[in-house]
Design a protein around this ligand. Structure first.
Ligand SMILES: *[C@@H]1O[C@H](CO)[C@@H](O)[C@H](O)[C@H]1NC(C)=O
Ligand SMILES: *[C@@H]1O[C@H](CO)[C@@H](O)[C@H](O)[C@H]1NC(C)=O
Ligand SMILES: *[C@@H]1O[C@H](CO)[C@@H](O)[C@H](O)[C@H]1NC(C)=O
Ligand SMILES: *[C@@H]1O[C@H](CO)[C@@H](O)[C@H](O)[C@H]1NC(C)=O
Ligand SMILES: *[C@@H]1O[C@H](CO)[C@@H](O)[C@H](O)[C@H]1NC(C)=O
Ligand SMILES: *[C@@H]1O[C@H](CO)[C@@H](O)[C@H](O)[C@H]1NC(C)=O
Ligand SMILES: *[C@@H]1O[C@H](CO)[C@@H](O)[C@H](O)[C@H]1NC(C)=O
Length: 483
């Protein structure tokens, strides 16, 4: 009976694993939207009705655990490659590369050399197009960092570069036009970047009436998005949508700021990064200790020699990371030589374990569970999640599909029955083991002898003359045989 229950559960668990419909001519559809600097708790601080309705029909993850450095270009590249920044090489919004002997800022990071430092880097829009499908898959990308640059030889089928102040409704219109094109040019994967609410967060701070206004505009975009999806029966049943972000935002003010040149001699180094952290390249390595000494005494700043950067940052093994890394404690800023001070009231880029640095995640569509407020996963896990939705082979990255299964339909059941199967296997093994041990002891304890050969030191347990057999037991084993 027990075995029967176990084997039935096995069958149920095998059947509940989602199978790809390889006979279907329709490709999986996914739209990913990132709102730059959308902190994980904005929907709770500012009442956002359309985000609430996404949760009702889908999943909200409490927050995303993002990667260091928590700034726009590095984080967005991590989201689409599943790789840590030290691995993909976009380590800051301002990069110095000693091998290339060149520097780039966001507006000049257009050459492939910046994005293809690691030949293994593959944005998911490329993975989608390279999939060995019987169908032609096409990706369309709007304004996402790196989308207009060929990366390791590939570019998205359709893309539009970032344009400042582009209204978001025109972006929505464009991406859905691409989905709706004839089958020989349409996209099955859309990827969209929007620069708000980051801009408002820097200028006015994360808690401000301006932020309230910007977030309600974004909430209206989300409302439009839901309308577009619901007005098309095919999209409503087939399109998966992810709304997420790269990092959060923390309030700053000019009383919590240092200028590097007040502490170290500018002739000895150059520094690159953001206002929250800086990669310091020392001209002569014999000066590293002296520069480190001067910086390490400044209160409210973490200073690391390259080899000492915490493992949790995954921010060390790349030539684009400085000899010394300085990171402000949350809310504290660094002005590098030659950079003008701004009047900003919000910033990010800090330790990725700090709560205010965490971004949002919402998802809805056929793969997602409904009305689920789910436990966090990491930004590197987005790549395996998107690979699953797009029916791609899971590529080796720094992310893990296991970390995102809990938000997907069909997976809680699997996890539950997997445990049951394990429990069943263990139980059966234990029972089998007990039987084996008992049988073994029986065979050792019961000795077959002729009745005339019964040694006197044994009691006679049974004496069936007809069968011509006698089962004997030693004194010491008596009790076990009788039970
Ligand atoms: C697979 O797709 C085909 C064509 O869309 C459909 O007729 C069939 O029912 C699907 N099978 C499964 C198991 O979903
Ligand atoms: C945001 O603005 C709305 C009006 O547009 C107002 O009702 C609401 O109280 C404001 N929320 C916060 C947190 O300031
Ligand atoms: C690096 O580039 C600078 C100009 O940008 C140049 O002056 C310098 O000589 C170059 N260094 C090497 C080692 O090529
Ligand atoms: C597609 O198939 C080719 C040839 O078998 C292989 O080299 C390539 O890696 C595959 N691409 C993907 C994305 O699996
Ligand atoms: C360290 O600080 C002292 C005092 O301001 C200064 O004289 C010295 O040049 C600094 N050292 C370096 C390596 O910048
Ligand atoms: C680096 O500093 C050391 C010690 O001050 C000096 O001997 C050496 O010449 C310097 N190297 C360069 C390339 O300037
Ligand atoms: C991240 O993934 C890359 C590619 O698979 C790998 O080379 C690297 O060692 C990984 N990093 C960590 C910290 O596991």
């Amino acid at each position: 009976m027990f075995l029967f229950i176990c084997s039935s559960l096995l069958i149920v668990s095998i059947q509940s694993i989602p199978i790809l419909n390889t006979t279907s001519s329709s490709l999986p559809l996914l739209l990913v939207i990132s709102f730059d600097g959308f902190r994980w708790d904005y929907p709770d601080i500012y009442d956002l009705p359309n985000f609430k309705s996404i949760l009702k029909r889908g999943v909200r993850v409490k927050h995303i655990e993002n990667s260091f450095a928590t700034v726009t270009f590095p984080s967005h590249y991590t989201m689409v490659t599943g790789l840590f920044e030290e691995t993909h090489g976009i380590v800051a919004n301002t990069i110095y590369d000693p091998v290339l002997n060149d520097t780039a800022i966001v507006s000049t990071m257009t050459d492939t050399k910046w994005w293809s430092q690691n030949p293994y880097s593959q944005p998911i829009w490329i993975s989608n197009q390279l999939a060995n499908d019987s169908n032609q898959r096409r990706s369309g990308v709007i304004a996402w960092p790196g989308c207009g640059t060929p990366i390791n030889g590939h570019r998205p089928y359709k893309y539009e570069n970032y344009a400042a102040k582009r209204p978001f409704d025109s972006v929505l219109k464009q991406i859905f036009n691409w989905f709706h094109e004839p089958t020989d040019t349409n996209i099955n994967f859309g990827v969209v970047y929007h620069s708000e609410p980051d801009f408002t967060g820097h200028r006015f701070g994360p808690i401000s009436s301006e932020m309230n206004k910007t977030l309600h505009e974004i909430d209206n975009y989300v409302g439009q998005l839901l309308q577009i999806v619901d007005s098309d029966e095919y999209l409503k049943t087939h399109l998966n949508v992810i709304v997420t972000s790269d990092h959060g935002m923390h309030d700053v003010d000019k009383t919590r700021r240092i200028r590097l040149e007040r502490y170290i001699d500018t002739s000895l180094f150059s520094a690159y990064g953001g206002n929250s952290f800086a990669n310091i390249f020392v001209n002569n390595i014999s000066d590293i200790d002296r520069i480190y000494q001067n910086l390490s005494v400044i209160p409210n700043y973490e200073v690391y020699k390259k080899s000492q950067i915490p493992d949790e940052y995954h921010y060390r093994s790349n030539v684009r990371i400085g000899d010394i890394l300085i990171v402000g404690k949350v809310g504290y800023e660094i002005i590098t030589p030659g950079i003008a001070e701004t009047e900003s009231l919000g910033n990010h880029g800090y330790d990725n374990r700090v709560e205010s640095m965490h971004p949002i995640f919402y998802g809805f569509g056929p793969v997602f569970k409904n009305n689920l407020l789910a436990e966090p996963f990491r930004s590197v896990d987005l790549y395996p999640l998107m690979s699953y939705i797009l029916h791609l082979n899971q590529r080796q990255t720094n992310g893990s599909f296991d970390n995102v299964k809990h938000i997907l339909i069909g997976y809680q059941q699997d996890k539950f029955s997997k445990y049951l199967v394990i429990v069943c296997i263990i139980s059966v093994t234990i029972i089998a083991l007990i039987f084996t041990i008992c049988a073994y002891r029986h065979s050792r304890q019961l000795v077959y002898v002729q009745s005339n050969q019964v040694p006197v030191e044994y009691h006679l347990l049974s004496n069936n003359e007809e069968a011509g057999s006698n089962f004997l037991v030693t004194d010491s084993e008596d009790e076990e045989i009788n039970t």
